[in-house]
Ligand binder design. Structure first.
Ligand SMILES: Nc1nc2c(ncn2[C@@H]2O[C@H](COP(=O)(O)OP(=O)(O)O)[C@@H](O)[C@H]2O)c(=O)[nH]1
Ligand SMILES: Nc1ncnc2c1ncn2[C@@H]1O[C@H](COP(=O)(O)OP(=O)(O)O)[C@@H](O)[C@H]1O
Length: 355
């Protein structure tokens, strides 16, 4: 697999020989996917990463695609395996094992969306994660449910194991929030330019502010050999689910809407108007979290220590097993003053009339 079919090699040399395109880079492997031939090379223009070229067989034109994602460093010995029409596996045979497996996305939904947004050919690298251990973790949930509290506990208890993906946002910093630690507090125009330049894995308008996860924010954690934790909203989780990142998705649900409101108010970080806006958004977020199918697990944050223990259990950390209320949640008892029904193993809770 990964060796150029004979007719392609002849075709390639013919193209090169008749000057259709001088391929100035040494190429290690060629594969045919859909109506294109992809050359995965030992170097790109930067001279530091593996390069990618494509020959569109319908037009016989060479394409230098925009290459997104963290790029694998150059190597002199690689193999390519076609997984399907969407992605290929690239194995850097002379690299250390933790950096030898890479996916090149050629035609995934993420790549197609980026191609449309950037109006050009796009491919995207993503580092293959060996096993579950280093798989990034997406944690979502309505404002005030306890995401930050749970993540802080994980980071405090396992500082060498987990790293936090520092998002960008146009929201103003709260008291005690440090730029570059809690968020990269940004100007909207700067964020919008970087989004257009393909530097963001996902982004969304949340409570009237722009939030986004840069590719670099995730790679910084991965390069440190840590498991990346992303605290993002449901819209962002949906985008990450469609991206090549390959994460574990966990939705944190409050024990009741009234308790969520109590916590948000008690935290004292938002104005009354912002509290109302976040509570309005919370209803849709919770319904999305419970019934969208984006999330692998749903955890109820009633008792903090129980929820934290269940979170650690989900992440394969050594804890005494607990009644882990993860989806699908079977027993339909929620301390709500509102009926919850069990639909396809998920709770669809009607928060509409909860007061
Ligand atoms: N899509 C997306 N959402 C984010 C990101 N960073 C934070 N959020 C979400 O934005 C919402 C508001 O976050 P924040 O203002 O810190 O308020 P909090 O949820 O009350 O802590 C929360 O649901 C976060 O999960 C991001 O990078 N992308
Ligand atoms: N299980 C819990 N029981 C009671 N209060 C909680 C619980 N989990 C978090 N809190 C409190 O609720 C507030 C919101 O928590 P936070 O982590 O900021 O939520 P989020 O990051 O989801 O917006 C904080 O004041 C926090 O101390």
């Amino acid at each position: 697999m990964g060796e150029a079919p004979v007719m392609f090699e002849e075709d390639l040399h013919k193209n090169i020989s008749n000057g259709t395109r001088s391929v100035s880079m040494a190429y290690e492997a060629v594969v045919a996917v859909a109506n294109k031939q992809y050359l995965v090379g030992s170097t790109d223009e930067s001279g530091s990463s593996i390069g990618v070229l494509a020959l569109d067989q319908t037009t016989s034109k060479w394409i230098t695609p925009v290459v997104l994602g963290d790029k694998p460093k150059i190597c002199m010995d690689l193999s390519v395996i076609i997984l399907n029409e969407e992605r290929i596996l690239v194995i850097r045979r002379d690299a250390a094992s933790e950096d030898s497996i890479w996916f090149l996305e050629l035609n995934t939904k993420f790549v197609r969306d980026q191609s449309q947004a950037l109006e050009t050919e796009v491919v995207s690298w993503s580092k293959g994660v060996i096993g579950d251990d280093l798989k990034p973790v997406v944690i979502s949930g309505p404002s005030g449910v306890g995401k930050g509290t749970l993540i802080s506990k994980l980071m405090d208890d396992f500082p060498t194991k987990f790293g936090f993906s520092v998002s960008h946002t146009t929201r103003a910093p709260r008291q005690n929030e440090q730029n570059g630690v809690h968020y990269h507090f940004s100007v909207r125009s700067d964020m919008e330019k970087d989004i257009k330049d393909g530097k963001f894995l996902e982004y969304a308008l949340v409570h009237d502010n722009l939030y986004g996860t840069s590719v670099e924010a995730v790679e910084v954690v991965a390069d440190a050999g840590k498991r990346c934790i992303l605290d993002i909203d449901v819209q962002g989780a949906r985008q990450v689910r469609a991206s090549p990142l390959g994460a574990k998705f966990i939705f944190i649900r409050p024990p009741s809407f009234a308790e969520l409101e109590n916590r948000l108010r008690a935290r004292g970080t938002e104005t009354e108007e912002q509290v109302q806006k976040r509570l309005r958004n919370a209803k849709a977020e919770i319904e999305q979290g419970l019934s969208s199918g984006i999330f692998d697990h749903i955890l109820e944050n009633d008792d903090l220590e129980v929820c934290y223990r269940n979170l650690k259990k989900l992440l394969g950390l050594d804890v005494t097993p607990d009644v882990c209320r993860t989806s699908p949640v079977t027993e339909p008892h929620l301390r709500m003053n509102h009926l919850a029904e069990n639909v396809d193993g998920h709770f669809v809770v009607d928060y509409k009339n909860n007061k």
